[in-house]
Design a binder for this molecule. Sequence first.
Ligand code: FMN
Length: 218
Amino acid sequence: MPRLSGVVSLEETLANRRSIREYTDEPLTIEELAQLLWAAQGISETRHGFRTAPSAGATYPLEVYAVIAPQGVLAGDMFLEPGSYRYLPHSHTLVQVRRGDLVEELYHAALEQEWVREAPVNLVFTAVYERTTRRYGARGVRYVHIEVGHAGQNVYLQAVALGLATVAIGAFHDEAVREIIGAPEEEKPLYIMPVARPAWRYRLDPRELAEYIERRRG
Ligand SMILES: Cc1cc2nc3c(=O)[nH]c(=O)nc-3n(C[C@H](O)[C@H](O)[C@H](O)COP(=O)(O)O)c2cc1C
């Protein structure tokens, strides 16, 4: 079950959120992965099945995948089988889509960005535009792009709260990524977010911020 409370305040997650691209090689735990997925697209209302990120007309165009590296995620004392998995928000479960080490392929599809190769988990957001454009026409395309931003920010903030690191990646070959994760043709990848334990942590110094703001007030 997702955790619904924590010890890091929203203000701290906002202040200390940074795109981090240097990681240790330690695995994530299945609990951490589950929490990140819940933050991305999990259920937070049980009457209609509404989610942690808002959606235009509750059309929910987004799908979330996790590409898991060999020895990337610990479930108890066993590692999850490497491959791609799709997140099912309503049952809060992962379903394996493709088996095997997909990380090297994903790294190449993401223009050889090292942080994709180094992370034990890469979350991939895809969208089925039709779910939203069916209702809103061409404007639905804008809504889908806004939505993935909401979901991506949720992942950033949840990562900070868990002491993990991530970075939003928009530069990659769409079709290659879709094939690597095993998504159907109607789904278009929009974001890759590597998640890992950080090699260093960003902490905003409150005095530095106060000085920064004061200086600009003249
Ligand atoms: C739409 C979008 C696409 C991005 N694409 C990449 C990317 O392909 N690779 C990368 O390393 N960072 C990417 N970033 C992260 C930005 O470089 C980063 O947010 C920016 O430098 C500000 O740093 P901060 O996130 O620590 O505030 C992307 C960010 C956004 C919002």
